[in-house]
Design a protein around this ligand. Structure first.
Ligand code: CTP
Length: 399
């Protein structure tokens, strides 16, 4: 953290008193901190407080350079930063961040910046749960910003619930882990598969599944954040790749995915296969749309290549291979069998039919099972957090 340039953006909320501690901790770690206050923030704490703690003047207005006539200090400040932390982030500022509304100095700094942004919401329970706030948060995190999730507890209004700004010590852990990720993955080449495959029946129909690709994309993003060079091969999806260390290859069918995986895996250090690949594909694709008749229709299916099993067969002693197991019954037993059959280092076992698990949602519940059959259940949490825990497990137990 030493020498990192951090902008702390402070908005109008009583949680601002905790931000004084955040600025103190950051400067103690050797960061250079500049504080930008909105005018609402100055109603809670005087600029002098943050100026004393940060050792820099407070920034809250556009200033003009008298000699040159320029008034672009927001741009210089935005480009100066290695990270921006908005703490506390009021519901109003959150909405502006989500929509890019630029009506004050803080927003102009944020919009000029190219660095990562951490957002620490602080507001009352109902305001936090309001669909508008939740939509704004979703938009912000989807764009790669990092949420410093508020805690539950007693709130300034006297109510109880979620909305208390994260404690400064916890924020420091999050910011630190962004700058000092586990270096074991730095420079490693990782192949990740994600999403469903679509197997064409005729020019307008296919056999597919409900996989959204979120788990595989979260893994790709988390590995790239740790400095890995990621190749992400994904079936049809609606997601976006954000990180420059991710090379994206979009495919449609199991055969296309298999072709790319088999060609690329020999040059990879690690393979993580999270895709929900079709096990069967139509033996032949009809060249024209199949017309409706009154008779029943049989479509002959043939098995696809099991990509994971094939990579397990090719795997060298230096390579690591991780699979997923999606099960509706006998989760642990079936997953253990797949580890052996596919020659894996570990498997992520995923119950398909439980709440907050499996396809589509933002949350997941998984158990990590090692080849020696030790198993580690993880709590139900976001797919982003699970992705990081899978990588933590890989780094601590297998690299
Ligand atoms: N997988 C693969 N290629 C296939 C099928 C599966 O690479 N043709 C991979 C998946 O990406 C996942 C793992 O194998 O990492 C397990 O997939 P899953 O669907 O749970 O199991 P299957 O091996 O297909 O067995 P079953 O459907 O009988 O449970």
């Amino acid at each position: 953290m030493k020498g990192k340039k951090i902008i702390v953006g402070v908005t109008g909320s009583i949680a601002i008193i905790k931000t004084t501690q955040l600025v103190r901790l950051l400067t103690k770690l050797g960061c250079e901190v500049k504080v930008v206050m909105t005018s609402a923030a100055t109603q809670f704490v005087t600029p002098m407080t943050f100026a004393s703690l940060s050792g820099h003047p407070i920034y809250s207005d556009f200033t003009e350079n008298k000699d040159t006539g320029e008034w672009t200090n927001h741009v210089h400040l935005g480009l100066w930063a290695d990270a921006i932390v908005i703490a506390p982030c009021s519901a109003n500022t959150l909405a502006k961040l989500a929509t890019g509304q630029c009506d004050n100095f803080l927003m102009a700094v944020v919009m000029s910046a190219r660095c990562p942004m951490f957002v620490a919401p602080a507001m009352d329970h109902d305001m936090f749960l309001h669909q508008g706030t939740q939509n704004n948060l979703q938009q912000l995190t989807q764009r790669g910003n990092i949420l410093l999730d508020p805690a539950e507890g007693s709130l300034a209004s006297g109510l109880e619930g979620k909305g208390r700004m994260m404690e400064p010590e916890q924020m420091i852990v999050k910011i630190q882990s962004y700058f000092q990720p586990d270096s074991k993955l730095e420079g490693k080449k990782i192949l990740i598969t994600a999403g469903p495959t679509y197997e064409p029946i005729d020019p307008v129909r296919f056999i597919g599944n409900h996989s959204s690709g979120k788990m595989g994309f979260a893994l790709a993003e988390a590995a790239a954040q740790r400095g890995a060079n990621v190749t992400l091969i994904a079936g049809p999806n609606h997601l976006k790749v954000n990180h420059p260390l991710i090379t994206y290859i979009g495919v449609t069918t199991a055969a296309e995915m298999a072709k790319h995986c088999c060609a690329l895996f020999p040059n990879m250090h690690i393979g993580i296969l999270a895709a929900a690949v079709a096990d069967y594909t139509p033996a032949e694709m009809a060249s024209q749309k199949i017309k409706k008749t009154h008779a029943s229709l049989n479509i002959q299916l043939k098995p696809t290549l099991d990509i994971l099993q094939e990579l397990g067969r090719q795997k060298s002693s230096e390579q690591k291979l991780i699979g997923f197991a999606l099960e509706t019954e006998n989760l642990i037993e079936n997953a253990q069998e797949k580890i052996k059959k596919k020659n894996l280092d570990f498997i992520v076992a995923n119950p398909a039919n439980e709440k907050n698990a499996g396809f589509g949602g933002d949350m997941n519940t998984v158990t990590l099972i090692d080849s020696d059959l030790r198993y580690t259940p993880l709590p139900t949490q976001t797919k982003e957090k699970i992705a990081h825990q899978i990588l933590d497990h890989l780094c601590s137990q297998h690299l």
